[in-house]
Design a protein around this ligand. Structure first.
Ligand code: CLF
Ligand code: SF4
Length: 492
């Protein structure tokens, strides 16, 4: 495995550090999940999300997760899933690579931990359901816990088997569980699930939908009572549950879930899923954002999900799972405590810098005229900085910049434009589609060709703010634009 996802020098580059000021925060984008500032949370909860890249937007800039694909079986059939491909609940469709035994999973985890000090979470997210064959999941967690005690353990499930296992989950000190829940109305759920396997029999139709919903809600309540942080994932399926997800949101809010993560349906006939074969479309980025805006009042929203693979490894922005080789020597060495400690020290300093930099933003903000609202796409490989090359971007972070602050809107997946040093024209066309509606792209480097093609599509791409903190880069870019407009007006 090539070392490492966010090298310390990338986020701690002295040249990239900017002078610090202290002032009232102006940016709304560094809170947990999305809505509520993490400082408003109880200490225990803050400790649980502080290093979890999915439960904290801010932590996702600094910490990495690793999935162990020890759960191949599933006890239900969703109409958007074909298990020749990874689970769309928690992963990007693609041919499933290795399915691991608990033994192999432990070796893989230890090999990664030895080389990746930013690893803070180990999750079991498929490729099937983590609890359909709970023994493999629990054995893996139990064997890793003593060896990697400073890592959080995380599970993802459809919820059918959940009420039977909450006690074990808590006994293993698993404090983060994701339940995928797409409907609370059986008539809607019936259109999403083909069958469930429950009580030794296969059940279809409304009865299956009723049982699944009842078990999901019961499991969520039990987890909340056991002080496990519950994230609910909902797949947004236009025409089926798009107007219903507000009711799901209200119900999970009432039951005390911590986060709601609405992900777009990924539907492609090539994946061989029921929805793919029957032409069910996924939502556009605008439809997803519109729904998220409507959900604003309840439980916090996660907007930075990358729908990663069941064997993903690394920062959410960059999956290096394919290059991981379980290596007995590294596994025997185990985690490098010193490297982990120094990484955390760097992160602590970066966090302080980001906070202090809010003063810079505050100063810039006060100089901007009101009424300028812009959509920015940022290429970042981690560290909360503009530090990814345009051509290597796998997902853009989207921010809305208004004169009263910067708001994180979500992430949009992109195919890398540049592979092995060469640009791919089709990939560039797809990139331009992904960037629909975006005014400006901020990246660490960009070639003349993509810059030209994006300009023709009405999108400015610039590397003038490379390695700056994302929010400060956006503010400075806005201020520079205003200055150049004023300058042009004066010279006219
Ligand atoms: Fe994995 Fe899921 Fe745990 Fe995160 S992923 S089991 S909560 S450690 Fe994260 Fe990936 Fe989105 Fe999942 S970005 S798909 S939400
Ligand atoms: Fe597929 Fe996950 Fe649904 Fe099971 S729960 S059918 S693995 S999407």
């Amino acid at each position: 495995m090539s070392r490492t996802i966010v090298p310390l020098h990338t986020i701690a580059d002295e040249g990239a550090r900017r002078p610090s000021f202290t002032a009232k925060p102006t940016c709304q984008s560094s809170s947990c999940g999305s809505g509520q500032a993490s400082t408003e949370l109880p200490e225990e909860t803050r400790a649980l999300i502080n290093e979890h890249p999915c439960y904290s937007l801010e932590a996702h800039h600094f910490f990495a997760r690793m999935h162990l694909a020890v759960a191949p079986a599933c006890n239900i059939q969703c109409n958007y899933c074909n298990r020749k491909y990874d689970c769309p609940n928690e992963s990007r469709p693609g041919v499933t690579s290795e399915r691991l035994t608990p033994d192999a999973a432990v070796r893989r985890a230890l090999s990664v931990a030895a080389r990746m000090p930013e690893l803070s979470v180990i999750g079991i997210a498929g490729p099937g359901d983590a609890l359909a064959d709970h023994r493999r999941t629990f054995e893996t967690v139990a064997r890793l816990k003593d060896k990697l005690p400073d890592v959080h353990y995380c599970l993802s499930t459809n919820g059918l088997a959940l009420p039977d296992h909450v006690e074990t989950i808590r006994a293993l000190d698993v404090r983060h569980v994701t339940v995928t829940m797409n409907a609370i109305d059986p008539e809607i759920a019936e259109r999403i699930y083909a069958w469930i396997f429950f009580d030794h029999r296969r059940i279809t139709g409304l009865e299956a939908a009723r049982i699944l919903i009842e078990r999901q809600l019961e499991g969520i309540s039990q987890l909340v009572a056991a002080k496990v942080l519950v994230k609910v994932n909902s797949v947004l399926i236009p025409g089926i549950n798009d107007t219903h997800l507000e009711a799901v949101h209200a119900e999970i809010t009432r039951r005390g879930a911590f986060l709601h993560n609405v992900v777009p349906l990924i539907s492609d006939p090539a994946h061989g899923t029921h929805f793919g074969m029957t032409g069910q479309r996924g939502p556009s980025p605008a439809e997803l954002t519109a729904l998220q805006e409507r959900l604003g009042d309840g439980v916090r929203l996660m907007r930075h999900c990358r729908q990663c693979r069941a064997d993903a490894v690394g920062m959410l922005a960059e999956d290096c799972g394919a290059s991981v080789v379980a290596d007995d020597e590294a596994a025997a060495l185990g985690p490098d405590a010193e490297a982990r400690e120094s990484y955390r020290a760097v992160v602590a300093r970066e966090r302080e810098d980001r906070l202090a930099d809010e003063g810079t933003r505050s100063g810039i903000l006060s100089t901007l005229p009101s009424g300028r609202s812009r959509l920015f796409a940022v290429s970042s490989r981690g560290g909360g900085r503009v530090n990814q090359h345009f051509g290597k971007t796998q997902s853009f972070l989207i921010y809305a910049a208004e004169t009263d602050g910067i708001r994180f809107i979500g992430s949009r997946r992109a195919d890398k434009y540049c592979v092995g040093g060469d640009g791919d024209d089709h990939a560039l066309d797809r990139m331009i589609e992904v960037l629909n509606g975006v005014d400006t792209v901020l990246c660490a480097k960009v070639g003349a060709c993509p810059r030209h093609d994006l300009a023709e599509a009405g999108i400015t791409v610039t590397d003038a703010y490379a390695y700056e903190h994302i929010e400060t880069a956006i503010m400075r870019c806005l201020a520079d634009e205003v200055r150049s407009i004023e300058h042009a007006a004066l010279s006219a």
